[in-house]
Design a protein around this ligand. Sequence first.
Ligand code: ADP
Length: 381
Amino acid sequence: MPQVTEQQVRDALKNVVEPEAGRDIISLGMVSGVVIRDGNVGFAIEVDPRKGPRMEPLRKQAEQAVMALPGVVSVTAVLTAHREAPSGPATPSAGRPGTAARASAAPAGAGERPLVPGVRAIVAVASGKGGVGKSTTAVNLAVALAVLGHRVGMLDADIYGPSIPRMLGIAGRPTSPDGRTLRPLENYGVKCMSMGFLVAEDTPMIWRGPMVQSALQQMLRDVEWGDLDILMVDMPPGTGDAQLSMSQQVPLAGAVIVSTPQDIALLDARKGLNMFRKVDVPVLGIVENMSQFVCPNCGHVAHIFSHGGAEREAERLGVEFLGAVPLDIAIRETSDSGQPIVVSHPDSPQARTYLQIAERIWDKIATGPGERPQAPRIVMQ
Ligand code: ADP
């Protein structure tokens, strides 16, 4: 069986005409993120969000056009919300080389990333690699911010392991009363939306990459977040192209990097730092997770990894050290069972640590690390 090529896919899609514009979807620059693997083809069609529901037949037609090619086993086309760039041709495809340079050339304040109406500040929680406790930290900080009286949302963009709903004790799926926007689910005063809700768990990984890019925009704009003081985004772990382009697409007020002591030593945290600097997003600071071990029996504190190294390293890197969270079985048990320690044991030292970090993050957001965040700017759709 011949291997289908991207060119063949694009050629086939030249026969698919966007009825309202009267031109084909390739020449309109609507197709992005073409992925081909063993005859399985996936791509995104960027549409004007106002036309979204009317474009479903176009999506089907596009799938059929590609399906007709020899060697194609399956086709998945997703409609994504396209926003007109302020100038120039079609929106740059996510993850394409060169987009980083574009962003870094943009003035600080990232005018190309329209703010989300009603949301005062969006903060990414990121890590250099998986398994460092990024989601656990993000959830406890989000709940802590709610405890402090802020209106908080949490967007689970960690599509490779969406765990936020479980950690927030949320079951079920979001509803869409009007068929256009999704209503987030809520617990502990945190409104939550997860990409995991939209992408079936058995969706092969290969499809998830391009879907992340497109789904992210929709989750920001087509979810009824209402008025929020802060929207935390749990990023996928790592600092690759997907993370970089996500950081570019979202109007981030800042980023928090979660790291274990070893990662800080092993430079993983530094990669995260450099990524955000590249796209002009201020790094609010580093949270050191699993910093020391508190014995559940005797309360003895053991510094399994070198103590104080993270703080020194943060200083050297010129970022704030936001705090150290211990490696503690109670943190694991509570977050894994959907009762984050900040709400289930609010007087515990661990909860106080999260509250202090949350307070510091809020201070930095409210006063702004420089020029951000700006007052909410209303963007007309
Ligand atoms: P990531 O989002 O970085 O992949 P998770 O937040 O999912 O990591 O955490 C991985 C595992 O480590 C989870 O089972 C979580 O409960 C546990 N964990 C995270 N932080 C701590 C901590 N400070 N103490 C004990 N266990 C933790």
